[in-house]
Ligand binder design. Sequence first.
Ligand code: GLA
Length: 394
Amino acid sequence: MEARESWVEGACSNFARDYGRPARWVALAPGRVNLIGEHTDYNEGLALPCAIDRQAMVLAAPRSDRRVRVRAWDLGETGEFSCDSLVRQGNWLDFVQGAFFAFCEQGIDPHGFDLAIASRVPLNAGLSSSAALGVALAAALGAGLGLDTSPAEWARLAHRAENEFVGVRCGILDPFASALGREGHALRIDCRTETVDAVPISGAELAILLVHSGVERRLAEGVYDERVLECREALEAARRAGIAPASARALRDLEADHLSQLEEVLEPVAFRRARHVIGENVRVEAFCRALTTGDLDALGVLLAEGQDSLREDYAVSTPEIDWLCSSGRECEGVVGSRLTGAGMGGFTLHLVLPGHLESVRERISEAFQARFGRRPESLAVLPSRGAWLETRSV
Ligand code: GLA
């Protein structure tokens, strides 16, 4: 708590130093780790993330003109643009311009701002640093524009910015987790209805350990877009074959009962993608039940099945991730291990009995070093509150 306060206070001093006037609004939005329910969000299915205790921070002060100046302290870079000409540049500034774009698309005419950004969410690691930034921007700018926006609206604005301006086709999982997280809880998100239910994690007495595979997540964008497309094509083929009703909007509309028919008509790759999504939605429901009853064995089985499905059917694992998941499972005190996020790199997730956290971290790290020649980055995270906004008196 104190460390976070001094981080925020330090940032406020830096803002005053850099701009010669104080920040008026400070928004903080966390990264997320997804416990289960992977690649289901853009198929209108179920996911179960929790927000983590690492945030992105946006500081803002209004301007009377239409200029926007931005300082990205961690990158040591600055940027500037006008609210009247938002042009994609293919760099970090697109996320900031995207936030302005999202407000404009809502029919709101923004004015200029002085902004600064800092983040403690690891970048390109599968922990949603970009959604955290997008949500914090939406919160700070919403307040700065005099709007009474809710956390769910921050999430929708961030999603719109990333999809329609930055050009990443991601689903709602990341911004919803970042905006609506709750301390000690995971969030069961129904990505069709956008309903969010908090599921306590503390009941199951679990610690969350993340171990990095050493592969940057951003290398995976092409694969992600390919999977989005393959899912659409699988649905289309299922509709043509009369297995999915004509009204079906997403793979969410297919169920385990459809699998044998699907196997007959779909191309093998399309069938495997559909089987992952159908199975993963079922696993999210089962995982929520197991968390509620504290059934650790069931949690472990579901994580292993999820990882197998992501490797075999969805083809988004890597040798390093597979290796980390199997070696995690061999450690005493590990309930289960899995990739988290889109896959193809970034952190792996290990649910661990709290008393074993440090020994598991040490054992996996040593074994990884012996196998791959470098010590992996690792992080213990807590299920934490979602985004919030502070208005500073000036
Ligand atoms: C990325 C995307 C999310 C989601 C996950 C996979 O994190 O941003 O929308 O699709 O991958 O579950």
